[in-house]
Design a protein around this ligand. Structure first.
Ligand SMILES: [Zn+2]
Length: 242
């Protein structure tokens, strides 16, 4: 597993928000492609976070990946949305918005604004971290729109989870360093996955769908009724010899 980081100009490493997945499904995976659960440990501005996730959702949709976003609690309290407690599937993603006191523990390099593991082979990475306090400070320092910056960074980190190994590029959304020019494109909401990355992301979603289907098929069937041979009955104390 490789941990990738996003930093800025320095070093950079849908379905509407919160709407329930289609009725009768634990995940949004039948009607949409992926479900993203947002865990806000940073106690962020809710309006900004919602707008940012709409922006990230649009970036994914531009790449042909539809998403459903859920606000999920970070504490022991029950979620207002029961789908937050649904079992994970390969199509479930988590984005943790974390404050500085938590991001410090990850020992990221100075200037880094997010982290996500890349998993190769048959494993599926699912969890990304976005350093909310640092993103906010960066936006203020550079007089950038926080919503736009946060949304693009969330999309970048989800890109790592979808694309797997070697998912940084030399330019664009998946570059690990966003220049002033790229930050301007962020503000104009023009930073997207490249065509090759978008194709790879769609293939990744398809692979995750197949993995989920295979997992569902492997669940043992329920035995409704059956017959037992006399020898087998003896094991239960009900053989004919008794
Ligand atoms: Zn990155």
């Amino acid at each position: 597993m490789v941990i990738t980081a996003l930093a800025l100009g320095m070093l950079l490493a849908a379905t509407p928000y919160g709407e329930p997945p289609p009725e009768g499904t634990a995940e949004a995976s039948h009607g949409s492609n992926i479900t993203v659960r947002i865990h806000d440990y940073a106690d962020s501005n809710r309006r900004i976070v919602r707008h940012a996730t709409e922006i990230a959702s649009e970036v994914l949709r531009h790449a042909g990946v539809n998403s459903v976003w859920l606000e999920c609690p970070v504490g022991p309290q029950n979620s207002a949305n029961a789908f937050c407690d649904a079992p994970f599937s390969p199509l479930t993603f988590v984005v943790n918005l974390i404050p500085r006191r938590m991001s410090k523990r990850l020992h990221a390099l100075p200037g880094v604004l997010g982290l996500a593991p890349e998993t190769g082979g048959t494993g599926f990475a699912s969890t990304a971290f976005v350093f909310y306090d640092d993103v906010k400070s960066c936006a203020e320092k550079r007089r950038e729109d926080l919503d736009e910056l946060l949304g693009s960074i969330i999309a970048h980190e989800l890109g790592h989870l979808l694309l797997g190994t070697n998912s940084h590029s030399s330019r664009g959304l998946m570059s690990n360093f966003w220049s002033t020019k790229q930050l301007l494109i962020v503000q104009q909401r023009g930073l997207h996955f490249s065509e090759a990355e978008a194709d790879r992301a769609r293939q990744a979603v398809l692979a995750r769908k197949l993995a989920r289907a295979a997992a569902e098929e492997s669940v043992p069937s329920i035995l409704i009724s059956g017959t037992a041979k006399p020898k087998e009955q003896s094991q239960t104390g009900f053989s004919r010899r008794d």
